[in-house]
Design a binder for this molecule. Structure first.
Ligand code: FAD
Ligand code: NAD
Length: 474
């Protein structure tokens, strides 16, 4: 007889580990299987997000931002510190410490919540059995319910095959321990811009090759244009839109990349090349063929609105299913699926999932952008407020960016909020909450915001929708 659990979760990323904790809170005897190992071969929980994603990238973004400030901003505050020296291995070690603390933290949470942690590759077999294979061998467990939270992995492109030495994916890009003189990045998406910014601040000459002609297609056009200007003219990132990489050749110390740009073939040699062209669901070997687990046309596990797969009692969440590949979206699904199994009726509002790009300034948004409102034929109105007119922002030396608000012209209901500016990642929460409560811009306009704060830009943007911003000419 195989050991039986109420719930087995496969994958301990932010979707899976949260699902496992919530299942345990609801009284289910829960196990969570994960195969991730750190560089020393030890099990490491937390998935892409904690090990090679959200957290390590933000740790390096923070370190590199401090370097940038020390080199270029302190002087204007009247602080002179002489030459700034950067110890990249120490920076990477700090990042690794943060990752270690957090991954161990998940193990601690499992222990405290009595979630059984199983290390190895989990595979769904028939009758809700899960086979777990590790160096120690193979064991089969069974469960009343199985949650598949197997996450995602980087997309490979044959013209730049990752070797994680000179041509690296996100994991390799977070381990570079010497500033490359010339860094190439394929893809001007979220990872390309965040990691491109890190190395640009640390002194690399960064070229980003983006296949599409549009910069940051999902972002409101007005903000994307301003962000592009800031990143290129202001910060020196060389972003080439419409650049199609046709080949790459790694030698001992450099990699030669050929690409088609404006109808001409170009060649450039980089000391490192980061490939960041998107991610795909990691569904390889997640279920045996006789289970008949249905995938969609993009290889993601097919789920209905209740996160149910086509197999009774088997659910799927996070990057492995449809929707944005974001940690907080996965975690919300993790909570919801546990509550669904417990017979509750949770609801996830997919229209209010916030997005953040942690460049400087940050870009954050929720809901519809102006182009989408137009495409949907909505009767909408907009308002905006520039950070250049916000006292706190100026006190912080932050002069660029804006808050833009889109509202229904008839009902005044907030349809979307877009921020390019300091701490946009934190400011967006007010907009998410407002939309969650179906607020109008009048509601935000009548809400008292502390002075002096960046949040006053949100207040003023709401006032501006009605042509009555106080600190700018409407
Ligand atoms: P994952 O985190 O990918 O976890 C899946 C887990 O399942 C892994 O631990 C894997 O080992 C395990 N697994 C898979 N298959 C099996 C199997 N068969 N058996 C056992 N275990 C298995 N999102 C944000 O919201 N904010 C950010 O700032 C952000 N920054 C990012 C930066 C980078 C560089 C990257 C790459 C991603 C970033 N993301 C960010 C995206 C975020 O990391 C993902 O959306 C999130 O990790 C998805 O969570 P998940 O649990 O679905 O999958
Ligand atoms: P992405 O989809 O954000 O960007 C990929 C970019 O690469 C796109 O602009 C695309 O047009 C371009 N591209 C695709 N093929 C190309 C090619 N052959 N040559 C040149 N350009 C090409 O993907 P990503 O940056 O790899 O990140 C993956 C996902 O991880 C994100 O979509 C997001 O869901 C998640 N993520 C989130 C955050 C965050 O929340 N701050 C940070 C990093 C990653």
């Amino acid at each position: 007889m195989s050991e039986k659990f109420d719930v087995i979760v496969v994958g301990a990323g932010p979707a899976g580990y949260v699902a496992a904790i919530r299942c345990a809170q609801l009284g289910f005897n829960t196990a969570c299987v994960d195969k991730w190992e750190d560089n020393d071969g030890n099990p490491s929980l937390g998935g892409t997000c904690l090990n090679v994603g959200c957290i390590p990238s933000k740790a390096l973004l923070d370190s590199s931002e401090k370097v940038e400030q020390a080199q270029h901003e302190f002087e204007s505050h009247g602080i002179s510190i002489g030459n700034v020296r950067v110890d990249v291995p120490k920076m990477i070690a700090r990042k690794n410490d943060i990752v270690g603390n957090l991954t161990k933290g998940v193990a601690g949470l499992f222990k405290a919540n009595k979630v059984t942690s199983l290390h190895g590759h989990g595979k769904l077999l028939k009758d809700k059995q899960v086979e777990v294979t590790s160096k120690e061998g193979t064991t089969v467990y069974s469960a009343d319910n199985v949650i598949l939270a197997c996450g995602s992995e980087p997309i490979d492109i044959p013209v730049a095959a990752v070797d994680n030495k000179l041509i690296v994916d996100n994991a390799g890009a977070l381990e570079i321990d010497d500033v490359p003189k010339k860094l190439g990045v394929i893809g001007a998406g979220v990872i390309g811009l965040e990691l491109g910014s890190v190395w640009n601040r640390l002194g690399s000459e960064v070229t980003i090759l983006e296949a599409m002609d549009t910069f940051l297609a999902p972002v409101d056009k007005q903000l994307a244009r301003e962000a592009q200007r800031t990143f290129t003219k202001g910060q020196g990132l060389d972003i080439k839109l419409g650049a199609k990489v046709t080949g790459s050749k790694a030698s001992k110390k450099s990699v030669k990349v050929t690409y088609d740009f404006k109808g001409e073939e170009h060649t450039e040699t980089f000391d490192k090349l980061i490939v960041a062209v998107g991610r795909k669901a990691n569904t390889k070997d997640i279920a045996s063929d006789d289970v008949g687990l249905k995938l969609d046309d993009r290889g993601r596990i097919d789920v209905d609105g209740q996160l149910r797969t086509n197999i009774d009692g088997v659910y799927a969440i996070g990057d492995a299913v449809k929707g944005p590949m974001l940690a907080h979206k996965g975690s919300e699904e993790g909570v919801a699926v546990a509550e669904i199994i417990a017979g509750q009726k949770p609801y996830i509002n997919h229209d209010t999932v916030p997005w953040v790009i942690y460049t400087h300034p940050e870009i954050a948004w929720v809901g519809l952008n102006e182009e989408q409102a137009k495409e949907q034929g909505l009767n909408y109105k907009t308002g905006f407020f520039p950070f250049a007119a916000n006292g706190r922002s100026l006190a912080m030396n932050e002069k660029g960016g804006r808050v833009k608000m889109i509202a229904d012209a008839d009902t005044d209901r907030v349809l979307g909020v877009h921020i390019l500016g300091p701490n946009a990642s934190e400011l967006i929460s007010e907009a998410v909450l407002a939309m969650e409560y179906s607020a109008s811009t009048e509601d935000i306009a009548r809400t008292i915001h502390a002075h002096p704060t960046l949040s006053e830009a949100m207040h003023e943007a709401a006032l501006s929708v009605d042509g009555r911003a106080l600190h700018k000419v409407n």
